[in-house]
Design a protein around this ligand. Structure first.
Ligand SMILES: Cc1cc2nc3c(=O)[nH]c(=O)nc-3n(C[C@H](O)[C@H](O)[C@H](O)COP(=O)(O)O)c2cc1C
Length: 371
């Protein structure tokens, strides 16, 4: 029997914070799967999440699931988070995960200007965004009106309310990766001159209104997680905040609006966020806000995830030593795992039980089915 490193047990300590109680520190990262025909997650989706819950994942964050707006999705077969049939499908997902002893929160999503009209030739719905920019210096649409913004804010709020009604354990707002909320954060895509634009703090206003609407819908005790990323798919070097001081100013209104846990998306968890300190993005966010944070990015693997999309690249198994050192220092509280959990539903149980020789590499094939 292989022996389990005592350090590994740090991942299996219970967590209590941000209004959540979890049996361990492992979070399944949100991963779009496009296996919900007509936007309805079926029994295969429920079974897919159930398998991860049965195998020791502490918290599942679902794939991005879109709010009630005609231009919210970028791909077909992405699950909806509105409408009777889709919500019934989600209720079944929650039931199965809970039966298996797991916890689950949906990631609510709107892609903004990232929607490519060519993907939906039958539709005349236009992509929407703060200023109509789909990339830096590429204006392909019109700025959202204040009325449209108010509609979107309410749609996020309704989705959060549905998450609570369906028995989810919280809700994650997708504010990362260059999608709608992040398009408001980023100066390259937000050129507005009204109250939704301006400096970094002013550019948080849309997110603040979304968080407040979600909080109104779920009440004071329901966990709200916000996912953020400095990097954008169009610019890996982009930074919303270039210094800890800027980051503090950026995070403050978001925390005040009602975020309980920040999910800090990076491609490699070991990269320091700013010069002069080893702390990563989750480390700085925890230090500056005092809120619990989730780290993510190449946990257990040797290649970062965007190379899957750009080059169809897989990844080899990697050790967890560096991660565990940071966890031991309490740099962050929770650890999200993406592709390793796609490749292997039993990843968490194998790590827990010291069965490291059974861990499998990540192959792009793993994205092609709901195994
Ligand atoms: C197939 C796939 C789909 C993804 N979809 C989403 C998504 O819907 N929402 C999101 O915030 N991140 C998404 N991501 C990013 C992951 O949540 C995670 O941050 C990334 O894969 C890094 O973790 P890893 O290195 O452990 O895979 C996706 C990643 C992959 C591989």
């Amino acid at each position: 029997m292989p022996t389990t490193s005592p350090n590994v047990q740090l991942l299996f300590q219970p967590f209590s914070g941000g209004k959540l109680e979890l049996s361990n520190r492992i979070v399944m990262a949100p991963m779009t799967r496009c296996f919900s025909p007509g936007g309805v997650p079926g029994p295969d989706v429920a079974a897919y999440y159930r398998r991860r819950a049965e195998n020791g994942v502490g918290l599942i964050v679902t794939e991005g699931t879109v709010i009630d707006h005609p231009a919210a999705a970028a791909d077909r077969d992405v699950p909806h988070f509105y409408g009777e049939r889709a919500l019934e499908g989600w209720a079944q997902v929650v039931k199965e995960v809970h039966e298996a002893g797991g916890r689950i929160i949906p990631q609510i999503w709107h892609v903004g200007m990232s929607r490519n009209p060519a993907t939906f030739p039958e539709s005349d719905t236009k992509p929407v965004g703060p200023s109509g920019y789909s990339a830096p210096n590429v204006k392909t649409g019109e700025p959202l009106s204040e009325q449209e913004i108010a509609y979107l804010v309410e749609a996020y709020g309704r989705a959060a309310g549905e998450a609570k009604r369906l028995g989810f354990d919280g809700v994650e707002i997708h504010g990362a990766h260059g999608y709608l909320i992040d398009q408001f954060f980023w100066e390259e895509t937000n050129k507005r001159t009204d109250r939704y634009g301006g400096g970094l703090v002013e550019r948080t206003r849309f997110a603040v209104e979304v968080i407040e609407a979600c909080r109104r819908a779920v009440g004071p005790d329901f966990p709200i997680v916000l996912r953020l990323s400095q990097w954008k798919p169009l610019d890996y070097k982009a930074k919303l905040a270039s210094t800890p001081e800027q980051l503090e100013k950026f995070l403050e209104p978001l925390a005040l609006a009602g975020v309980d846990i920040f999910h800090c998306s990076t491609r490699r968890f070991w990269e320091p966020e700013f010069e002069g300190s080893d702390l990563n993005f989750a480390g700085w966010t925890k230090k500056l806000t005092g809120k619990p944070t989730i780290t993510v990015g190449s946990v257990g693997l040797d290649t970062e995830f965007t190379q899957l999309f750009s080059e169809g690249k897989g990844a080899n198994v990697n050790g967890l030593e560096g991660l565990l050192e940071r966890l031991e220092r309490q740099e962050f509280d929770l650890v999200a795992v993406g592709r390793a959990l796609l490749a292997d539903p039993a990843w968490a149980a194998k790590v827990r039980d010291g069965r490291t020789d059974e861990l499998v590499p990540f192959s792009p094939e793993a994205t092609k089915s709901l195994s």
